[in-house]
Ligand binder design. Structure first.
Ligand code: ATP
Ligand code: MG
Ligand code: MG
Ligand code: MG
Length: 485
């Protein structure tokens, strides 16, 4: 029998509880008191003060599963989502931490024990990477981690990695240190036999992926650039829960696990199709199954869709999903919101905030969907009118970049959709003109981002049992008009 995702998560938490860790809940996706981060994108974010030493840790050992969103800033995986099978917008990061307590020896030993003895992943498919050092920056090679790994892995499966992948720093100054990543090779046996040893790891093969990162904070970078050892050393780890489930359940894609399959089947059935039928509909189903999680949990955590800031990011993710449904699955009416109850039940015992606000979240999404579908229809009309009147055409049969951009920006038309419609009319599009307009808009939003301080709207905890009545889009950050407890 396959271990379910619920069991896998619980075993992680139980394992670290038995090793003396305090289990804490996930922090909300939007941190009101941290203007440097739009959304939580790693497990350590809620513990930043402990690492910086500005607050004492609540326990020397902590573990949890943290909702993370990687759709902005340094970690932005959005464009890959749905097209690959292992990057999500929202994912769970399982993590264990030591604040000045245990260090490399225990962290590596426990990773190995959990993966191979509790989860029973095949040892011969696991790899580790360790930091190779960086002479220019005066960073030493992590020989400690290398020596520890040798107890568990043959040398040809311990690889050295560069600063980019195997060194972590919070910023230009502050705590930093090497990390060791654990990768798994899920390819067919025959294919593995073809290449040997060091060539194998993680060259954009969707079946050879990173599952767990163990960061060892042992230095502090000073303002003058020097590196001094930290008096108390810390461990910070993060493991992608959906990837772990894929490996344990013997699947080739995160979307084939029991985390995503119920949602995909539900949407496929509504669209009168099945998953696995064509590349285009599969991508659309993956995008939708992924995006509903990001949108629903962010709204449940208090961030409504809006015209600026974090709210705008959520609105765009929502529109991306609706647009894929519209273009590839034939959804001309709202459908996206109907997934919410499924998700709420699935996560009732892990992230109860969604169940507590199920109706509210569903209604917010429904209203967004309705207005976006109207916008899409209007965009299609604008386009066909322009085409009928032969307006917005550059010399020959080329659609002006300005119009392509307007459709993209105002109506949420992806460029390929516009290109497709234009092509049906025997036209092409001015891609360069579009890029120019896009750059101008990027500049605008860079300026807007610099100004944004906080757009926190409502706190999830205060928000159980509300009845949604409507909200005001006129404000830059949507405000709830009325609600009743
Ligand atoms: P990758 O190289 O695969 O993009 P990463 O190095 O950016 O991953 P880390 O910042 O080290 O990831 O985060 C710790 C773990 O979180 C990773 O080992 C991976 O299992 C998981 N992870 C990272 N990004 C995603 C994502 N977008 N979706 C799902 N899991 C992710
Ligand atoms: Mg990444
Ligand atoms: Mg990586
Ligand atoms: Mg990593």
């Amino acid at each position: 029998r396959l271990m379910t995702s619920h069991e896998i998560r619980q075993q992680f938490l139980d394992f670290f509880k038995n090793k003396g860790h305090l289990i804490v809940p996930s922090a909300p996706l939007v941190l009101k008191n941290d203007p440097t981060l739009m959304f939580i994108n790693s497990g350590m974010a809620q513990f930043k003060d402990f690492f910086l030493g500005t607050k004492p840790p609540i326990a020397p050992r902590i573990a949890d599963t943290q909702k993370c969103l990687r759709v902005t800033g340094k970690h932005n995986d959005l464009e890959d989502v749905g097209h690959d099978t292992y990057h999500h917008t929202l994912f769970e990061m399982l993590g264990n931490w030591s604040f000045g307590d245990y260090f490399k020896e225990e962290a590596i030993a426990w990773s190995w024990e959990l993966l191979t003895e509790v989860y029973k992943l095949p040892k011969e498919r696991l790899y580790a990477t360790v930091f190779e050092g960086d002479e220019k920056e005066n960073l030493p090679k992590d020989t400690e981690a290398y020596e520890i790994w040798k107890k568990y892995l043959p040398e040809e499966r311990i690889l050295f990695g560069s600063k980019k992948d195997n060194f972590w720093e919070m910023g230009e100054v502050g705590p930093c240190g090497p990390c060791t990543e654990i990768h798994i090779d899920l390819r067919e046996e025959a294919e593995i036999q073809k290449i040997a040893g060091r060539e194998l790891v993680n060259k954009d093969n969707p079946l050879v992926i990173e599952i767990w990162n163990n960061v060892f904070m042992q230095y502090e970078r000073k303002a003058d650039g020097s590196l001094v050892p930290l008096p108390a050393k810390h461990v910070d780890t993060g493991m992608g829960f959906e990837r772990l489930c894929m490996a344990i359940q013997g699947k080739k894609s995160n979307y084939d696990t029991d985390i995503f399959q119920p949602i995909i089947s539900f949407v496929a059935q509504k669209a009168h199709t099945t998953y696995g039928k064509s590349k285009e509909t599969d991508v659309a189903l993956r995008v939708i199954a992924d995006h509903i999680r990001a949108v629903a949990f962010t709204i449940a955590d208090g961030q409504l869709p809006a015209a600026t800031g974090a709210g705008y990011v959520i609105r765009r993710i929502l529109r991306r999903a609706v647009r894929y449904g519209y273009s590839y699955l034939g959804f001309k009416e709202p459908f996206f919101n109907e997934i919410v109850p499924l998700l709420a039940s699935q996560f009732e015992n892990v992230f109860p905030e969604l169940k507590a606000q199920e109706k509210f979240v569903q209604n917010v999404i429904l209203e967004e969907e309705k207005s976006f579908l109207r916008t899409l229809e209007n965009g299609l009309q604008t386009l066909s009118q322009a085409l009928a009147k032969n307006e917005n055409l550059k010399e020959g049969k080329v659609l002006e970049g300005k119009l392509v951009f307007e459709l993209y920006d105002t109506y949420g038309f992806p460029v390929d959709l516009t290109a497709l419609i234009a092509k049906e009319k025997g036209l092409s599009i001015d891609t360069q003109g579009f890029e120019r307009e896009l750059e101008i808009q990027r500049e605008r939003s860079r300026k807007a981002q610099a100004q944004e301080a906080s757009d926190w709207v409502i706190l999830a905890q205060n928000h159980a049992d509300v009845e949604f009545i409507g909200y005001d889009y006129a404000q830059s950050t949507a405000k709830i008009l009325r609600y009743r407890k």
